[in-house]
Design a protein around this ligand. Structure first.
Ligand code: SF4
Length: 319
């Protein structure tokens, strides 16, 4: 691991200001992804800003009837929160499908959103990777791509986003609150938070330099049956081959977001009008334009079958 300096921020705005003022700054909270990346020298920050003491660890009702989740709320606490379990069960279930109990005790809400891909070539510093080293190429394109993206990818990168939580937040229309180095705040809908890989896959989010996530806000609950179905190679502690997060209303309408298929949680609101017609009709729209590889073309069928199972499960719960 490369050496680095360290300090504790006293306020969110101060954390953002430090990141803007110095080169090579990374925020650290749970560190469940960052420390691994630092040990492998994939991330080599010169200065770590510890944000654990900022008091952003509360889950509070909003005046609009929604929920504000502090950026530092641990994944375990969020999944167990009674309001989340009752009104946003999709989020609780997605969190519990991710990582392990130990990791969920440390991992934070903002850190979960910002975790890096698990593309194996990203983690192997002997391999070309445009995301790790811009302009170096993409070893995954001619390599083993079973886990990687089938839609929304580019010639430069076919990585997937690994978060289960983000899939639920996309279906729930979450909004990400931030503070910038000048103290200004802004709200970013999660639909606009993740960037397409394009020719710059190392740029992953809409965050500006130094911009710091302070909270994730959920709109008021929408009801319905909440199901998160994750398909993976082993029963726990594995990233999704694909996942389906769905909110299904008694009349058959609803929302669907996918994990494990793209560089971001994948949702197309225009596909959801086909929900009453069944999984095949939805997936035809949701994955229109998919460009799978030989290794991962099974994912398209797997999404269709998994969504079919989810819709059948919702019907069973509601009947
Ligand atoms: Fe790197 Fe993306 Fe290619 Fe994986 S798919 S090797 S993360 S550029």
């Amino acid at each position: 691991m490369k050496s680095f300096t360290y300090e504790r921020a006293k306020t969110p705005a101060q954390a953002a200001a430090i990141a803007a003022r110095k080169d090579g700054v990374k925020f650290i909270a749970g560190g469940t992804n960052l420390l691994d990346l630092m040990k492998l020298e994939i991330e080599t920050p010169q200065h770590l800003v510890d944000v654990n003491g900022l008091g952003l660890d509360k889950i509070e009702a909003t005046p609009e009837g929604g929920l504000r989740i502090g950026a530092l709320v641990r994944n375990a606490d969020l999944s167990a929160n009674e309001h989340v379990r009752r009104d946003y069960a999709l989020l609780s279930r997605a969190l519990l499908a991710g990582a392990s109990g130990q990791l969920r005790n440390k991992a934070t809400t903002a850190g979960n959103l910002l975790q890096r891909t698990r593309c194996p070539y990203f983690y192997d510093t002997n391999q070309a990777c445009n995301k790790r080293k811009p302009g170096s190429g993409c070893a995954a394109l001619g390599g083993f791509s079973r886990q990687l993206a089938v839609v929304g990818s580019s010639e430069a990168c076919i990585a997937t986003h690994p978060s289960d939580m983000a899939v639920a937040l996309r279906a729930l229309d979450a909004v990400i609150e931030t503070v910038r180095p000048d103290g200004a705040t802004r709200q970013i809908p999660i639909a606009e938070f993740y960037r397409a890989p394009g020719t710059t896959p190392h740029l992953e989010t809409a965050l500006a330099a130094g911009e710091f996530i302070t909270a994730v806000v959920l709109p008021k609950p929408v009801g319905g049956t909440h199901i998160y179905h994750k398909v993976r190679d082993r029963a726990s502690y594995a990233f999704a081959l694909i996942s389906v997060g769905a909110i299904v209303q008694p009349d058959g309408t609803g929302r669907v977001a996918l994990g494990g298929v793209a560089h971001k949680p994948w949702r197309m609101e225009s596909a959801e009008s086909a929900l009453p017609q069944g999984a095949k009709a939805v997936v035809a729209r949701l994955l229109a334009g998919a460009k799978p590889t030989e290794d991962n073309k099974f994912k398209v069928t797997l999404v269709e079958r998994t969504l079919g199972a989810v819709l059948a499960q919702a019907k069973g719960v509601q009947s």
